[in-house]
Design a protein around this ligand. Structure first.
Ligand SMILES: Cc1ncc(COP(=O)(O)O)c(C=O)c1O
Length: 390
């Protein structure tokens, strides 16, 4: 759109790099390890539930706060998995994915001039979310040279001030795979209580945990339920990123949501009830499946000459490009055009692009034959890079 018609807040960010990589991937017939979505089907009972809901007449607007059965299922699951009891009528708002949930949350709580604390690197949507809501971000570094991606508690304390309205937490974390420990979340909670700040926690990967890691929801810590917005969705846990059904659990309903989207797709809200009522074994099997995929992907990367950082959760691997490249953007373009594998440049996860230049991110929610193909393609990389240098 011509510049004079574009609002200043939109000028604060560019097109999503991840979705741009998907576009390039399609152009070059690559394997898409850029965007985080599975290339396999969700469980069959979810497909049956969705078809049944369409046939049974769930084809008009759902209640804006979400179908009652779904809100009930969300509340029950939050109770048994995260250990917090909530009232489905007061505390649950169904949204179009975690994406809308985050935007609706920030629009509901941010006033001009408010500051939001964000751990960096961060899921790339949080930058535009902050800009659109008018928040000023304050960053706390997660150290990539530490296998636990720890932050310095002094940095956390320094990031809070009288202007702080919220802190965004994402555990398990995209892009690093960090799983925040209870002790780390207690440090965050202490700051929230002291400065009267809202914790906004994005827990879409809460079941993707490896090597015996446990998920801790900050809402379960003392005094936190009344100042926490927990965001989640069916996208990752049930392999249905295209359904666009998410939710928030918050002290009060999110009024902004009504005027953003009215509601998520009514039949898919009904089908999501079946998802949330899957057996507990489903989640155990899911984590085991993804741990195998993580290990396979780590092998592939090491064999191709990368230095991947081992994630404890979620389904991404950050890797140093090592001697391959100094410029992450040029390198990811080379990878998709010459090798046929789409990835995301590390700089997309930092507010100062230079901080991410040494890294690229691989998403691995892929079938085994897809990972085999990635192995074949990446095996060509050292020679392709050699050729380029000559
Ligand atoms: C941390 C995080 N939050 C939210 C989302 C998007 O979730 P949804 O599909 O529910 O909008 C993603 C997708 O990659 C993500 O990585």
């Amino acid at each position: 759109m011509a510049k004079r018609y574009t609002a200043a807040r939109v000028g604060l960010f560019t097109e999503s790099v991840i979705r741009e990589m998907t576009r390039l991937n399609n152009l070059y017939h690559g394997v898409n390890l850029a965007q985080g979505f599975p290339d396999f089907d969700p469980p069959g009972e979810l497909l049956d539930a969705a078809a049944k809901a369409l046939r049974e007449g769930y084809n008009q607007y759902a209640i804006t706060w979400g179908a009652p059965r779904l809100r009930q299922a969300v509340a029950e699951k939050f109770g048994w998995y995260n250990g917090v009891n909530v009232d489905p009528d007061l505390h649950v708002t169904v949204t179009c994915g975690a994406t809308e949930a985050m935007m609706a949350t920030l629009l509901a709580i941010i006033d001009p001039g408010d500051e939001v604390v964000i751990f960096e690197p961060f899921y790339e949507n949080y930058g535009p979310d902050a800009a659109l809501s008018g928040a000023t971000p304050r960053y706390v570094t997660l150290h990539l040279d530490d296998p636990e991606f720890r932050f310095d508690p002094a940095d956390l304390r320094d990031a809070f001030s009288a202007k702080t309205k919220a802190i965004i937490i994402n555990t398990p974390h995209n892009p690093t795979g960090k799983v925040f420990s209870r002790a780390e979340l207690e440090l965050v909670a202490e700051q929230c209580r002291q400065h009267d700040v809202v914790a906004v926690t994005d827990e879409v990967y809460e079941h993707l945990l490896y090597d015996g890691r446990q998920h801790v929801s900050i809402a379960a810590l003392p005094g936190m339920a009344e100042r926490t917005v927990t965001i989640n969705s069916v996208s990752k846990t049930y392999s249905v990123t295209g359904w666009r059904v998410g939710w928030t659990i918050s002290p009060a309903s999110l009024r902004a949501h009504d005027f953003l989207t009215v509601g998520a797709a009514a039949p898919l809200q009904e089908a999501a009830v079946t998802a949330l009522r899957m057996s507990r074994q489903y989640y155990v099997d899911l984590a085991a499946l993804y741990q195998r995929k993580r290990d396979r992907m780590l092998d592939i990367l090491r064999q191709a000459g990368f230095r991947p950082i081992v994630p404890s959760g979620a389904y991404y691997i950050m890797s140093e490009s090592g001697e391959f490249a100094q410029d992450d953007v040029a390198f990811t373009q080379f990878l998709v055009k010459e090798i046929g594998v789409a990835t995301v440049p590390g700089s997309s996860f930092f507010h100062q692009p230079r901080d991410g230049r040494r890294y690229i991110r691989f998403a691995y929610p892929k079938q085994d034959p897809t990972l085999d193909e990635v192995a074949r393609r990446l095996a060509r990389l050292p020679r392709a890079v050699e050729k380029l240098k000559r």
